[in-house]
Design a protein around this ligand. Sequence first.
Ligand SMILES: NC(=O)c1ccc[n+]([C@@H]2O[C@H](COP(=O)([O-])OP(=O)(O)OC[C@H]3O[C@@H](n4cnc5c(N)ncnc54)[C@H](OP(=O)(O)O)[C@@H]3O)[C@@H](O)[C@H]2O)c1
Length: 233
Amino acid sequence: MSTTPTHDSLSTMDVGIVGGTGPAGRALGARLASVGFEVVIGSRSAERAQEIVDEIHKKWPDRDLALVPAANAVAASAPLVVLATPWDAAADTAASLRAELVGKVVVSMGNALAKVDGELRAVVPPGGSVAAGVQAALPESLVSAAFHHLPARALGDLDRPATGDVLICSDHPEATRATAELVRRLADLRPFDAGSLAAAGPVEAFTAVLLGLNARYKGRATIHLTGIDDSPR
Ligand SMILES: NC(=O)c1ccc[n+]([C@@H]2O[C@H](COP(=O)([O-])OP(=O)(O)OC[C@H]3O[C@@H](n4cnc5c(N)ncnc54)[C@H](OP(=O)(O)O)[C@@H]3O)[C@@H](O)[C@H]2O)c1
């Protein structure tokens, strides 16, 4: 495996998903594999990773999905790594993989949410966002925040295109570019540079509003911006 990918050198192999066995990680992994990426589905338990990969292959028997089950440390050895653990485990998990992640683009997709009075509400984590906490835990990595607003059910339904806009925040232009390239490979998703990691807090927090809408309207809503085009900068 090579080291840090650039936006125009992103290989069709080697995306690692740490915490890839949950709904979000497995949906993203299946979607990336459906367009030709080789994806390492990481877990704290290699057995669980195997179970989940078997489930995905069973669900989509006619698709050639290059999914590799592995321990999180193996997933973190991929050139580009997505962190898909629960939000409150993201920084500690990242810190435990710091050596594997040096110099790499690490995409944080965690949303800090808590259920209060039956409603999911946004929580402000230390540093202002989940992604900021991950960046603080990984000072030698290039952290971006992305994929917060895509419901796993829609992302993982390979019979339908995944549609919507993906807001990307990072303090590293290289991470924004590499993340945007990843998104661009998934036809019908549009990547947008949403600014520095300082913007990740409100981006993450808005997920609470979307989840509330989806619960009340029984939908799969995501965001789609109007009045802007997504030409690469
Ligand atoms: N679900 C969605 O629709 C969605 C959409 C966008 C973003 N997100 C965000 O994506 C992240 C993952 O969401 P999810 O619903 O897939 O979460 P999840 O199912 O709660 O967790 C994902 C995986 O993380 C691992 N994990 C659980 N507790 C952990 C801990 N304490 N330390 C390290 N790893 C742990 C588990 O894998 P192993 O037991 O196999 O290690 C689990 O399968 C969340 O931060 C969420 O906010 C979710």
